[in-house]
Design a protein around this ligand. Structure first.
Ligand SMILES: Nc1ncnc2c1ncn2[C@@H]1O[C@H](COP(=O)(O)OP(=O)(O)OP(=O)(O)O)[C@@H](O)[C@H]1O
Length: 249
């Protein structure tokens, strides 16, 4: 089997007496969507922070493309193509859609923000930013102020910003949150094609989306992976039903 793009081994973290990551092993392979689900407080947000570099684990490691990145800060991991989208929007609302994509491309190119003005006319960055907008279906809104976008369009723009990193792996934190039926369907279709460019670690509460999209699902409860496997196996897993899904699943 090919080496995982992203690999988490024995990740452990406690806040005082509370164990939030309890020896978590997880891998993300090329071409897949691996969903991480679990009840509130299971430790999903903490896990994402440890993977992306916002929070140092007490023990364990994170490897990206075979390289140990456990000690690296967020920015260094992002430069290696670890592209995160956020639960809460990190977009600049007063800037245009294209400017937000350009800011992403600028960050990916590792240039300081104070050179932003000239960058607006930088051809190579514009090409990257415009291609990302095109990819998520937002080209027609390039000149619009970001504040004028619908909620769904903002989430699409967040994916476009992530795309400007030329991702090695996506880490997505609830990309379906707040999307209606139409926006959810559009995002589902987008993720289904994006996974072929870079695999997606998907933390998501929308179970319909998870079971429709995921190639593998890992279930977190009390900081532990209590089950991991293809959607059908997870649906049938008694421990999962008890811990999380309820009998209606
Ligand atoms: N900085 C912190 N200090 C103390 N406790 C924390 C801290 N961050 C998180 N926790 C606790 O760790 C546990 C796991 O939280 P986390 O946010 O990772 O769970 P989650 O699975 O993402 O939950 P949700 O689905 O509600 O977002 C919770 O009990 C939370 O209160």
């Amino acid at each position: 089997m090919t080496k995982p793009v992203l690999e988490v081994r024995g990740l452990s973290k406690r806040f005082g007496a509370l164990v939030v990551s309890d020896g978590i092993d997880l891998s993300l392979r090329a071409g897949e969507i691996h969903a991480v689900i679990g009840p509130n407080g299971a430790g999903k947000t903490t896990l994402i922070a440890e993977i992306c570099g916002g929070l140092a684990p007490d023990a364990g490691s994170v490897h990206l493309n075979g390289r140990d990145v456990t000690g690296l800060p967020i920015r260094a991991r992002a430069k290696m193509g670890l592209a995160r989208t956020f639960q809460i929007s990190a977009l600049a609302m007063e800037d245009t859609v294209l400017q937000n994509a350009l800011l992403g491309a600028l960050g990916a190119a590792g240039r300081p923000w104070r050179f932003f003005r000239p960058v607006l006319s930088d051809r190579s960055l514009r090409v990257v930013a415009e291609a990302a907008l095109d990819r998520v279906g937002l080209s027609h809104k390039a000149a619009a102020r970001t504040a004028e976008l619908s909620h769904g369009e903002r989430r699409q723009l967040e994916v476009a910003v992530a795309l400007t990193l030329t991702p090695t792996a996506f880490v997505m934190d609830e990309p379906m949150a707040g999307l209606g039926t139409e926006g959810g369907a559009r995002m589902t279709a987008l993720l289904g094609t994006l996974k072929h460019e870079a695999p997606i670690l998907l933390v998501e509460h929308d179970m319909d989306a998870v079971f429709a999209l995921a190639d593998r699902i890992s279930v977190l409860a009390g900081g532990r992976v209590i089950a991991s496997g293809p959607p059908d196996a997870i649906r049938a897993d008694a421990a999962v039903r008890e811990a999380y899904l309820g009998d209606e699943a």
